[in-house]
Design a protein around this ligand. Structure first.
Ligand code: NDP
Ligand code: 8X3
Length: 254
């Protein structure tokens, strides 16, 4: 991973799960990391862990709600120097309701974060990457974006949108050295299900009953792999499933 040494990586949603794991792995590869999320206390803990383990890299934390377009623009313009890699990872699902039972809050929060927020961050950072003459955007999609499943309408729609945005951005940047990657994980045990079930840890852990889910580190390995390829090639698309999982809804459970 020596290609990442001294590079600057901006990670959204770095306060837990996949984003946090990416922060540790990029820092371990010698990259300087800029960590964004709403929970700054959590970001401080991540940052302190990295500083203690990897004193030669720099770590910056930014309080960031990706739903706020002005705040996103301000946060990105506060970053000095090049942004070599963006890990557009912040995201969530809220509830498991059928379409006829959806609340406005669940529709708005998930679309505002996963689609509009991802676009705000992409817009600000791609502008920057064009000015600096290149970069790499890594989008966190999901197998939920490939085929919709019962009670997943809003979340699946947002991850299908991530796929569409990824493809459009890739097509738009063929003449600029900006690489675009989408990682589509299956089942990963993070705080994702706890958030989806409104804090109900028991319900959240039942999602992984009888199957060994992936860890955040498993996904971060793919992100770091994609980011560290030779500049002449791009890992365009990665689908990463738990062993024993065939789709969002089909998994072998013991
Ligand atoms: P976590 O809940 O552990 O992490 C989600 C991260 O997103 C947190 O750091 C959270 O930080 C951040 N976030 C949420 N809303 C916002 C916001 N408005 N502004 C800024 N940051 C925000 O879940 P995961 O690590 O699993 O999720 C990361 C990504 O991976 C998501 O996009 C998710 O859809 C995707 N994914 C997850 C899978 C899984 O099975 N776990 C599978 C496939 C994809 P904070 O609350 O501090 O703002
Ligand atoms: C999260 C994976 O299958 O719960 O993106 O939708 S799934």
């Amino acid at each position: 991973f020596e290609r990442l040494q001294g590079k600057t990586v901006l990670i959204t949603g770095a306060s837990s799960g996949i984003g946090e794991a990416c922060a540790y792995q990029f820092a371990a590869a010698g990259a300087n990391v800029i960590l964004g999320a709403r929970r700054v206390d959590r970001l401080s803990t991540v940052s302190a862990t990295i500083r203690a383990k990897h004193p030669s890299v720099t770590v910056e934390t930014i309080e960031l709600d990706v739903r706020n377009s002005k705040a996103v623009d301000q946060a990105v313009s506060s970053i000095s120097g090049d942004i070599d890699v963006l890990v557009n990872n912040a995201g969530l699902a809220m509830g498991t309701d059928t379409v006829d039972n959806l609340s406005d809050a669940a529709i708005d929060a998930v679309i505002d974060t996963n689609v509009k927020g991802l676009l705000y961050v992409s817009r600000a950072v791609v502008r920057r990457m064009k000015q600096q003459g290149g970069g790499h955007v890594i989008m966190m999609g999901s197998i939920a974006g490939i085929v919709g499943y019962q009670t997943g309408s809003v979340y699946c729609a947002t991850k299908a949108a991530v796929r569409a945005i990824t493809e459009s951005l890739r097509a738009e940047t063929i003449g600029v050295p900006i690489r675009v990657t989408e990682i589509k994980p299956g089942m990963v045990e993070t705080e994702f299900s706890v958030v989806r079930y409104g804090g109900d840890k028991e319900k959240a852990s039942s999602v992984y009953h009888g199957i060994e889910p992936m860890t955040a580190d498993d996904v971060a390995e793919s992100v770091v792999f994609a980011a560290s390829r030779h500049p002449r090639c791009v890992v365009a698309d990665v689908v990463l499933l738990a062993t024993g999982q065939a789709s969002a809804t089909l998994a072998h459970r013991k």
